[in-house]
Design a protein around this ligand. Structure first.
Ligand code: CA
Length: 396
């Protein structure tokens, strides 16, 4: 794989997240209405008048996704030709002048728990055992999240209020990030009809970076027996550009060796993880660096498992991968792990320390797949934590 050259000069920079090889899909505005666009270098191609008639009128990519894989491939060919070196230049918008919006209407949001090192670390921190939950090697664990709380990168996040223990109430004191990849389901499935891993792979439209903001103290009190609820329902941030499965095709990698054989319905149809370098920043300090290939279950396996009972999947469903951590502390994808539940504070470059997030902190996720002289980048997924609001008088 080599860089495909574009007439947009900034797209040919090997450090650009958005070369012609990528062409991710977003929604932007420049003093006006929201329009669908494609990132190329540091510019945006407005696609309002392109593609099948009326498909972008909704101001998001849902109607386009619903057209299915053949239409996705045709459109990608069309815009690749339009932006390739030698094609006639056309007007573009500057990313620096654009405001980004949610690229899709999230139908439903499910978050999984497919990072093995994260699951092992959480077991050790919370239960004092280094073992995985008994079911973990057999089943992709997940919970149903709230689509209503998914926001685009840059949206400010208020520290949540909650129950922190028996009779304890207030703003979360253990606010955290979770470094994840989000898979976007492009085509749905009917109720009562499980999908195979091959079908699931075909249904996936693309990926975003996903920060599953988590309130560890609220979570620790509420999670038994039904799993996370308020601790995860206040906000989840996603990066604004959907990197298509097509752009990542050359970066596929297989899931790691199985410790326990999986039931046949979960067998990979083809390599279904991706070699994507991921990192997290607190302010300008890099606090974690890991890779999406660390996951144990792929998005295709998760989607297959999700449909197993007959649960219908919808256009625009979002599946969080689960926190992606590697085996060494530098690869941990949450502050819970990085600070070992507050026992080992991180020292930042200005001499400050952190266990969990403080008000005013900005957290950023970045990611890219590294090609030969180009990268398939995701841009940034960022969020700044603001103080809690709506604290009742009785709790002050
Ligand atoms: Ca999560």
């Amino acid at each position: 794989m080599a860089l495909k050259k574009s007439w947009v000069a900034s797209a040919n920079d090997p450090e650009s997240d958005f070369p012609l090889n990528n062409l991710p899909y977003g929604v932007f505005s420049v003093c006006g209405r929201r329009r669908c666009g494609v990132a190329i270098g540091d510019m945006i191609l407005d696609v309002s008048g392109l593609g099948p008639a009326g498909v972008f009128e909704g101001g998001n990519w849902n109607a386009f996704m619903a057209l299915g894989p053949e239409a996705w491939a045709n459109f990608r060919s069309e815009i690749t030709a339009m932006l390739a070196d030698g094609a006639a230049p056309r007007p573009l918008e500057r990313q620096a002048e654009a405001t980004m919006h949610m690229p899709l209407n999230v139908a439903e949001y499910t978050d999984f728990y497919a990072g093995r090192h994260h699951a092992e670390n959480m077991g050790e921190i919370l239960r004092g055992t280094n073992g995985l939950p008994a079911n973990w090697l057999h089943i992709p664990i997940g919970y149903n999240g709230r689509a209503s709380s998914v926001v685009v990168s840059g949206a400010p996040i208020h520290r949540p209020l909650g129950q922190l223990g028996a009779g304890r109430f207030g703003p979360s004191e253990k606010l955290d990030i979770e470094l994840e990849l989000g898979a976007i389901v492009g085509t749905g499935s009917p109720m009562g009809q499980p999908v195979t891993t091959t079908e699931a792979d075909e249904m996936i439209f693309g990926f975003v970076l996903l920060n599953d903001w988590s309130a560890r103290d609220i979570q620790g009190w509420e999670y038994q027996p039904l799993g996370p609820f308020q601790s995860k329902a206040f906000a989840t941030s996603i990066s604004p550009w959907i990197v298509t499965k097509a752009a990542l095709e050359g970066f596929r990698t297989s899931t790691p060796p199985r410790d326990m054989p999986l039931l046949p319905y979960l067998h990979e149809g083809k390599p279904s993880l991706y070699d994507i370098e991921l990192s997290a920043y607190l302010g300008t300090d890099q606090i974690s660096r890991t890779n999406a290939s660390r996951l144990y279950y792929s998005a295709a396996q998760q989607l297959t498992h999700h449909s197993l009972c007959g649960c219908p999947m919808r256009v625009g469903d979002l599946l969080g991968s689960g926190t992606i951590s590697g085996p060494t502390p530098a690869e941990f994808g949450s502050l819970m792990e990085l600070s070992w539940n507050g026992e080992k504070p991180l020292t930042l470059s200005k001499g400050e320390t952190r266990t969990f997030i403080e008000d005013g902190d900005t957290l950023t996720l970045k990611g890219h797949a590294q090609g030969d002289g180009f990268r398939i980048g995701f841009g940034a997924c960022t969020g700044t934590i603001l103080p809690a609001i709506n604290t009742p008088e009785w709790a002050k």
